[in-house]
Design a protein around this ligand. Structure first.
Ligand code: FE2
Length: 355
């Protein structure tokens, strides 16, 4: 079984058209395809948005009998599917189920002309599933026959976001190790990083698991219930259990990207000036001048291999659950302890209304 990368993600949202307007206008995505009852998608309407190599499907149920309705009732808008690219869906599905993943949907083949896409689905964490996707023939279709492609000018340029860097996933207290074990034993991932994050009186445990291809990374976080209740507990309450807390998109030139997004109305979690005062001492040979970082509110850290620059957006949802991260890697392959703490401190200020 070869899990090469993330093929796409699917969000269940209350209104796919309105969410698409937001993601396109604020974040620069484009509508690349759409489907609904008229294309053979039963009980739902879905829009495929693209930017860089990112594919994001927004799906809304049209009635109460589609599973998206139950998901939205429990969790509100959020990531429902992380789709993984595989070279052989049937073999991968069989192997994953044999190793302990719960089967969600048996393999289905979609074909139109020479384009063939096969998918199947297994459980991931909480109500989030992993769709296995195998693509054959020309890659001009998303799901041949059930998504109608739009005319997108691929030469238009101007993409600010490139690929999905990682997903951060909150799990209830006591489930972190079991979730890590699940990804190691069932999906063959390796644990690459581990951190205890202290934010004021609160604490959280974090472990990062990654696919052998290094293209799929999950940062798993559980609250430390021996400390004061904090934002991870809040996420679990507001979301209603385990779920994707943020999706991180890579960019080149993070300070100009953040400036462009802010000009379009995207709001970011704020970092206090003292962070930047101490930055030059903490990270030598900063990849970006500290004044540019300060102006954009971008955080910098380093790992063994290089630097990484990060910022969190505010959540755009009423439950204050899912948000996005923008990240630029200047050589760094993992994460840096200083940034994780600072990012969660900024998020704390936003959630407590101090920011
Ligand atoms: Fe992150």
């Amino acid at each position: 079984m070869k899990l090469s990368g993330t093929d796409h993600i699917e969000l269940y949202v209350g209104d796919a058209r309105q969410a698409a307007f937001y993601y396109c206008t604020a974040f620069g995505f484009r509508i690349a395809a759409q489907g609904g009852p008229e294309t053979g998608l039963k009980g739902r309407r879905s829009l495929l948005l693209t930017q860089g190599d990112i594919r994001m499907v927004l799906t809304s149920p049209l009635g109460t009998d589609h599973p998206a309705a139950e998901f939205l009732h429990r969790h509100g808008d959020g990531v429902a599917v992380i789709a993984l690219e595989v070279d052989d869906v049937e073999a991968a599905y069989e192997e994953l189920v044999h190793r302990g993943a719960a089967p969600v949907a048996a393999p289905v083949r979609y074909a139109e002309g020479d384009a063939v896409v096969t998918t199947a689905e297994v459980s991931g964490f909480g109500d989030v599933t992993h769709r296995l996707v195998q693509r054959g023939g020309p890659r001009t279709e998303f799901l041949p026959g059930v998504f109608r492609m739009s005319d997108v000018d691929e030469t238009a340029g101007g993409d600010l976001l490139r690929i999905i860097d990682h997903f951060a996933v909150c799990v209830p207290a006591g489930q972190l190790d079991a979730t890590v074990a699940h990804y190691r034993e069932v999906f063959g991932f390796a644990q690459i990083f581990e951190e205890y994050i202290e934010v004021g009186e609160q604490g959280m445990f974090s472990k990062v698991v990654q696919s052998p291809s290094k293209q799929i990374t999950l940062t798993l976080i559980e609250p430390d219930t021996s400390r004061r209740r904090g934002q991870i507990d809040d996420f679990l309450t507001w979301h209603g259990g385990a779920g994707v807390q943020h999706v991180a998109f890579t960019t080149d030139g993070i300070t100009s990207t953040v400036g462009a997004l802010a000009a379009r109305g995207v709001r970011f979690a704020n970092t206090p000036p003292s962070y930047f005062d101490a930055l030059a001492e903490r990270v030598r040979d900063l990849a970006v001048p500290v004044e540019d970082l300060r102006a954009a509110g971008v955080l910098v850290d380093r790992d063994h291999w290089g630097q990484l620059l990060q910022i969190f957006t505010e959540s755009m949802h009423v439950r204050r659950t899912l948000f996005l991260e923008i990240i630029e890697r200047r050589g760094a392959l993992t994460f840096g302890s200083g940034n994780i703490k600072a990012l969660y401190e900024a998020k704390n200020r936003e959630l407590s209304g101090v920011a």
